[in-house]
Design a protein around this ligand. Sequence first.
Ligand code: ASP
Length: 341
Amino acid sequence: MKPRILIIYTGGTIGMIEDPATKALRPFDFSHLMENVPKVKMLDYQIDNIQFAPPIDSSDMSPEHWQQIASSISDNYDSYDGFVVLHGTDTMAYTASALSFMLQGLSKPVIITGSQLPIGEVRTDGEENLITALQIAAARAADGRPMVQEVAILFENYLWRGDRSTKRSSDHFNAFKSNNYPYLAKIGLGITYDQDALDRRENKRLKVFTRLDTSVMCIDLFPGLTEATLRHQLAAPDIKGVVLRTYGAGNGPTAPWFLSAVKDACDRGLVLLNVTQCVNGSVHSSRYQAGDLLSATGVISGHDITFEAAITKMMHLFGQGMSRAEVIEALKNPLAGEMTV
Ligand code: ASP
């Protein structure tokens, strides 16, 4: 049986062409993509596609689009062996994170890829990324089960867990990285999978969650942040959850005005999640007094979660209509391999 792969083309640079008049890149339609990658036909796969109409720059990605992608996958789950999502790089890590919470218990691959150069360009990275993504989506392990059974980002030389990934470069071909988790596969002459890093648990059952609640926001700490600004941010209307981006191992100012503003917000019912601004490493609230004092206000540790996973996890949890206590409990535990506790 030929592997059956469904490509969901959302837009992004991979499918873009140059507007002859303005020289700016604009989305093109999927037929352009297939015309430019005749090599795809050399893979002996049955490939079908669904296309966003119109394709979008991923800067315009929204929770409604995530619902569209998740539904396309769940509606077609039984008919395909794997899924490849073509996506702009800018918000790819957010989409990968959101999908990992929306499609829990995957036993088939959902591989997200895109490119830094349009697929029509001579030096494009899009052709290679697309072909490798298709091969990974079709790959099976010795036991006959799909090799990858989770949402992952394939980009240039690596396959990363989706909800562990971050875009790290707007210039380089290796544009993504998991700063706190090993790669799932390394792409060189061959594709070498890391069996220990992959989620290959048996007997998983797909559960689809399409409801998301966007009553969330983020606050970045910086020296010079004033009490008035912080209180104003924490008083934003209709907000239920805040990702608080802190220093180092999860530290914030020890000034009483800061701690009382944060405590007031927690007491009022906001859920605050402590995520470090460091690209690598974890929140260790009790390592410094500055972290200890902050956790005493009621802020929860996000451990080594990425910002992208933190904000989308909150959207997912609030979207399930959970109480504040349930959301807090769920934030403390990994849901889809997004953090190490
Ligand atoms: N702005 C583009 C997007 O995210 C960038 C890219 O695809 O690399 O859609």
